[in-house]
Design a protein around this ligand. Structure first.
Ligand SMILES: [Mg+2]
Length: 185
């Protein structure tokens, strides 16, 4: 099989680190576990501060993100990467994101990670002929459905910011749930 897994919000805990960095930079005390909206930076920080925050995310930040899956699950995922074609697709758009993401995945135990960086995911799903994708951002899954229809199964990771949105996807709560739904356990 061929499939794509998202990083931030699925495998990597971007939000906790980003909020902590914002609080440190601006002396705020934003304390969400799971932000109420996708572009939550806008809720507490000015546009200038948001730019500052993005610019402050350097190598140390990206390599320091906490994983959202356990050590044991990383081992399972690495095994799956040898059996299947697995892509890690991220929409991070800053400088060296590809290399940082690959280094981060290698640190988690993925032997040969393939990271693709893209602003939308539908055309990639079409070109790669993916069997399924896992993402926390509904817009990406809509885009995948637009190009692939039933040919790619779309899994939406449950979060506070997507809980009220309906669409042509299957909701999952974490990696174990995803594997179970795909019969990969
Ligand atoms: Mg994401």
């Amino acid at each position: 099989m061929k499939f794509a897994l998202d990083l931030d919000g699925c495998l990597a805990d971007f939000n906790t680190s980003a909020i902590a960095l914002g609080n440190r930079l601006f002396g705020t005390s934003v304390g969400w576990d799971d932000p109420p909206q996708w572009d939550y930076f806008k809720l507490h920080w000015t546009e200038e501060q948001q730019d500052q925050l993005w610019n402050a995310m350097e190598e140390e930040f990206w390599l320091g993100l906490n994983p959202l899956i356990s050590k044991h699950q990383w081992q399972d995922l690495d095994r799956l990467c040898f059996k299947h074609e697995v892509y890690f697709i991220t929409s991070r758009t800053l400088g060296s994101v590809k290399r940082y993401a690959e280094a981060w995945l290698a640190n988690q135990g993925i032997t040969y990670p393939t990271v693709l960086v893209a602003k939308t995911k539908g055309l990639l799903a079409w070109g790669l002929e993916l069997d399924f994708v896992w993402d926390d951002y509904p817009e990406f899954l809509r885009n995948v459905k637009y190009y692939r229809g039933w040919k790619t199964r779309c899994y939406l990771e449950n979060h506070e910011y997507n809980k009220d949105l309906n669409g042509d996807w299957i909701r999952v709560s974490g990696f174990a749930d995803l594997l179970q739904k795909e019969g990969l356990v």
